[in-house]
Ligand binder design. Structure first.
Ligand code: CA
Length: 248
């Protein structure tokens, strides 16, 4: 398969549904209808394998039978809910059970009583997936906005990534592009030791062949701008024989 990095292919990928159901005929009927509706469907025939697959694999939604051999539906729901926030549709033949567990708040998103019509199931799956997509979409947008606006602030040093400006105790310090990139790279990864080689590759985006001296020169320039005493740096520390570390 051809890999096209950077291209957004999610929209074209089919969503995957896991059915955890011990009655084979019911599981297959559900699968057939959901496949017709355009979903990829996997079946787990007992609670143990269903729970394991739900936790280890990537699914968009789970249809979960309540009465299962091995781990029952309650426990599967509880454990999946601890780790994942994908929609869980719980299914049972006993309406009383469903009413009871709804009251207990097991974390299922919906409860369906057997027998149900396949079109009802498909409609509910669609509705929950659409709602979930919207939720995930808005969370991702929020994170992206946060990322874009991020200001790095450590002990009087303030890096405004949007404006590409650096301040030390409120006073602006003029940086070249590479000085700014190098300082930001280190400040965003505090307490980690980087070799000059690693820093050169990260900032200059080239193989470091005899160019590591460039890093030393830039660190020296940055220190002259942000440190009170370059002999006793408070921000970028030299780890002799290794490289540099941004102190926290
Ligand atoms: Ca069952």
């Amino acid at each position: 398969m051809m890999t096209r990095t950077g291209e957004h292919t999610m929209e074209n990928e089919k969503q995957k549904v896991l059915i955890i159901e011990d009655e084979e005929a019911i599981a297959e009927l559900e699968r057939d209808y959901l496949e017709q509706a355009g979903y990829l469907v996997e079946i787990a025939g007992d609670g143990d394998s269903g729970l394991r697959r739900a936790l280890e694999e990537e699914f968009s939604l789970i249809i979960l039978d309540l009465m299962l051999p091995g781990v029952d539906g309650f426990e599967v729901c509880r454990q999946v809910r601890e780790k994942k926030n994908i929609p869980i549709l719980m299914v049972s033949a006993k309406k009383d059970d469903l009413d009871k567990i709804r009251g207990l708040g097991f974390g299922a998103d919906d409860y369906i009583t057997k027998p149900f019509s396949p079109s009802e199931l498909t409609a509910r799956v669609k509705a929950h997936l659409a709602r979930y997509e919207r939720l995930v979409g808005s969370v991702m947008q929020g994170r992206a906005a946060e990322q874009r606006n991020r200001i790095v602030e450590i002990r009087g040093l303030r890096i405004d990534k949007d404006a590409r400006r650096v301040y030390v105790n409120g006073e602006e310090k003029t940086m070249t592009n590479k000085e700014f990139d190098l300082l930001t790279y280190l400040a965003e990864r505090p307490n980690r030791v980087f070799t000059k080689d690693e820093l050169f590759r990260a900032i200059w985006d080239m193989e470091a062949v005899g160019e590591v001296a460039t890093v030393t020169v830039h660190i020296k320039k940055i220190r002259e701008k942000i440190e009170v005493s370059t002999a006793n740096p408070q921000y970028i520390e030299t780890i002799w024989g290794v490289g540099y570390r941004f102190k926290i």
